[in-house]
Write a protein that binds this ligand. Sequence first.
Ligand code: SF4
Length: 365
Amino acid sequence: LKELHSPVLSQAILGKVITLAEAFQTKYGRKPVFMEVCGSHTMALARTGLKKRLQEYVHLVSGPGCPVCVTDQKSIDSMIALADGENRIICTFGDMIRVPGSRKTLMDAKTEGKDVRVVYSPTDAIGIAMRHPDREVVFLGIGFETTIPILAIVLKEAQDKKLTNFSMWVTTKLIEPILRHLLDGGEVKVDGFLLPGHVSMVLGAESYRYLTEEYGISGVISGFEPVQMASGIYRLLELSFKEESAIINDLASIVGNKGNAVAQSYMETYFVKCDEEWRGIGRIANSGLAIREEYRHLDAKAKFAVPATEVRVTKCRCGEVIRGLISPPECRLFGVACTPVQPVGPCMVSTEGTCAAYYAYTMED
Ligand code: SF4
């Protein structure tokens, strides 16, 4: 682990990145453009200073892989509506409580006296349901493939414990459909993807073959430590410079070719593909997972009727930020009306959000 943080090693790799990026610029007359798909990479690149160090040489754009940032307004509105009901307890991850719905946040609902609780793990919501058998406990389940197997385990636990007062409002997202959506739309032009180690651990390196086979675009699976990220960027540069496309697993100690079969089987047992709404992007076919019919009794969407709300159009440009079309300072609200203390959009709320990362680590510029 020490090696992965080694400044000597990082500097050596960054030196190679800079030399090759300069050669790339000479050859192609532009900077190479890579998208870090995942919010964890966005934050780690900003926090470690890699993004800033490389900004002259490599254009690193943020992608759609922050689960909080892509959760749609309607899911927040639905949770707020559920919180209004009799005898309800709403459980959610910490970041989600501050994400704006069309009118307010779950934090506002809590301030108004609704029972909204932040849990550190979804299994905590099970404990709450067991301690309050006379109340309905609803957990807001968000996340990509890293988190979905955990949600499945929670459903299993609720099933095993025969809980009748627990359900989950699921709004999960899948990596492949969103990457295809970005590439098919044609507005996102990148030379390669820095792919997230944790999602890849579940899916496996082979799951990205469509990137090279159908789009001719490279991807490098990378960890989140400075040396790993610098190495991942260097490998992407090498491929782009040689005009080759490949999927490189730069995290082979953790990520296998086929992924984690147990996690995949949990996902398949409890969930089925569904269309999902992505904040700032819209509805994408088969881009999420819904609870299977057999587990309907654990599905808050089936258990409760909630009024439909209209999406409120705001000046927040998160949709463009998470597609790598603009950087946060290009949003007029950034750092003025929208700050981590008073966030207007989810990209400023989330600890993995691009706007929050820019605010925390580049504002002195
Ligand atoms: Fe949205 Fe705030 Fe980011 Fe602007 S700065 S895109 S309002 S989260």
